[in-house]
Ligand binder design. Structure first.
Ligand SMILES: Cc1cc2nc3c(=O)[nH]c(=O)nc-3n(C[C@H](O)[C@H](O)[C@H](O)COP(=O)(O)OP(=O)(O)OC[C@H]3O[C@@H](n4cnc5c(N)ncnc54)[C@H](O)[C@@H]3O)c2cc1C
Length: 464
């Protein structure tokens, strides 16, 4: 049995018991033949999959320290949708306040993006948090949450958990060991706060009545006074990204800012790829600008176009039709340098002198693209100035991006105008909260997105 069919079948087998609070039909749990009950996978802190019928899972859950599995109507205070960074933080905080919390995720494991983040070492925060590092219709919206639960607050939790870390560059903090340590930290906090965690559990519907919210899940309905939507964005659908949060916002009449992939490699037309492909694998520390915004980090040539931190950063600002300007040696006055090379090394070819400051393959390609042949001594000042122009302001026009398949984040999302910046609650829908990437707050590369997930999740967890 799969998907909706399984869900309908499951619902069809319920023998109506009337819930006085919500006036809706709920399953009579003892009528569920165990073999037909949806199988769930629940993961222990160590990440070992446990599969089986409900009683088996409940038993194993108990062994792993998480509260029991609900079969039939489950009543809690707070229902968190999404067991990613923001959802787990929100759940642990709400649970710590004594709220009965369930976290529901359709993926088989919690915190999968944390696990793969930062090349497996999780760039969990950044020491240089400020409004300009966040892209949003209202970049100042994020500040309230970011100031209340700061990067130092998260580092304190990392320290308390005994997780070793280091600053890599530009204030970026990474685990010395595996990113799964951060997942374990959050799972541990949830477990200690008595939070239930339902994995491999699909959510079909969320409705609101006077008494609260009803979330229809593969394991039956769950009711709660508050729903925290932490379902993330659309990036990496293979890892569970679904766009569910946006649909939910629409259902409740909450505004959306148009979404698009961010922190994503950029692609180029065949014409450019002809000369870019031979450079695949070449990296250079350069500056990439788009309009007034620029980033000084590595640029990487790939078989499909350009990637590397500078390109990922600029991709969040670039729009179709715009050109990028690339400076291959931002610290160098290329014009003066080339004239000096001509004076001192006139018998050398352009590519030869360029290899002193650029990777060899790139030096050769620049020579070809600039159409220079013969030794430097034979080049006119105008020719050398044109080469310098290419080195300092190389105009390149991407045709697109690699899309959500590889994007690290989703730009846009829940319109911040609709949310209370202090609590993340929807202004017009009491009890409904949005946290993390689903909100129209997108950080730069470098730990800013996780800090937003921690801070916004924390903010909702204090009040939901
Ligand atoms: C490859 C990669 C590397 C990254 N590295 C970093 C880094 O080092 N530092 C950094 O700051 N940021 C990094 N990011 C970005 C960061 O991972 C995200 O910004 C962050 O995970 C967002 O947290 P979230 O909890 O809002 O969403 P997510 O982590 O995406 O969690 C959302 C959860 O909701 C679940 N879900 C979705 N739809 C449904 C549904 N319909 N029903 C039930 N559950 C649902 C998903 O399965 C998922 O578990 C990286 C992203 C990627 C893709």
């Amino acid at each position: 049995m799969t998907g909706l069919f399984a869900f309908r079948n499951f619902c069809g087998s319920w023998l109506g018991r009337q819930d006085s609070n919500l006036g809706m039909s709920v399953p009579k749990t003892d009528a569920l033949p165990l073999g037909d009950a949806p199988t769930a996978a629940v993961f222990s802190e160590g990440g070992v999959a446990l599969q089986g019928g409900n009683s088996e899972i409940s038993h194993k859950l108990a062994l792993n320290g998480f509260a029991g599995l609900g079969v039939g109507m489950e009543n809690v205070d707070v229902i968190v949708l999404g067991a990613g960074a923001a959802g787990m933080m929100a759940a642990a905080e709400a649970g710590r306040r004594g709220r009965r919390v369930v976290v529901i995720d359709h993926a088989a494991k919690a915190g999968e993006k944390i696990r793969i983040s930062g090349g497996g070492r999780c760039n969990f925060t950044n020491l240089n948090i400020s409004a300009e590092k966040f892209i949003s219709k209202n970049p100042r919206f994020a500040l309230s949450a970011l100031k209340r639960f700061t990067e130092r607050d998260f580092v304190a939790r990392i320290d308390a958990a005994g997780i070793a870390w280091h600053e890599k560059t530009l204030g970026q903090l990474f685990c010395d060991g595996q990113a799964t340590q951060v997942v374990d930290l959050l799972l541990g906090e949830m477990r200690r706060a008595g939070v239930q965690l339902w994995l491999s559990c699909h959510v079909s519907d969320v409705t609101k009545s006077a008494a609260g919210y009803v979330v229809m899940t593969e394991r039956g309905p769950v009711t709660g006074a508050a729903v925290i939507v932490a379902t993330g964005g659309k990036s990496i659908p293979k890892m569970g990204a679904s766009g569910f949060g946006y649909r939910l916002a629409e259902q409740f009449g909450i505004g959306l800012v148009e979404t698009r992939p961010g922190l994503v490699p950029l692609t180029f037309a065949e014409q450019e790829l002809d000369w870019m492909r031979p450079l695949a694998g070449v990296a250079v520390d350069g500056r990439v600008s788009c309009g007034k915004v620029g980033f000084d980090e590595a640029i990487l040539f790939t078989h499909r176009g350009l990637s590397g931190p500078s390109i990922l950063q600029i991709s969040s600002y670039w729009r179709e039709g715009q050109s990028l300007s690339i400076n291959l040696r931002p610290s160098l006055d290329a014009k003066a340098w080339l004239r000096e090379q001509k004076k001192n090394h006139g018998r050398q070819a352009l590519r030869t002198v360029l290899t002193h400051i650029l990777p060899e393959r790139l030096a050769r390609q620049l020579e070809v693209l600039s159409g220079v042949t013969g030794p430097l001594a034979e080049q006119s000042a105008a020719t050398l100035d044109a080469v310098a122009g290419l080195m300092a302001q190389w105009p390149l026009t991407p045709v697109g991006s690699e899309g959500y398949r590889t994007a690290e984040v989703t730009l846009g999302g829940i319109d911040t105008d609709a949310l209370d910046a202090r609590t993340m609650q929807a202004k017009a829908v009491p009890g409904l909260y949005f946290v993390g990437e689903v909100v129209d707050v997108t950080g730069w590369l470098g730990g800013y997105n996780f800090q937003w997930a921690w801070s916004s999740g924390w903010a909702a967890g204090q009040v939901a």
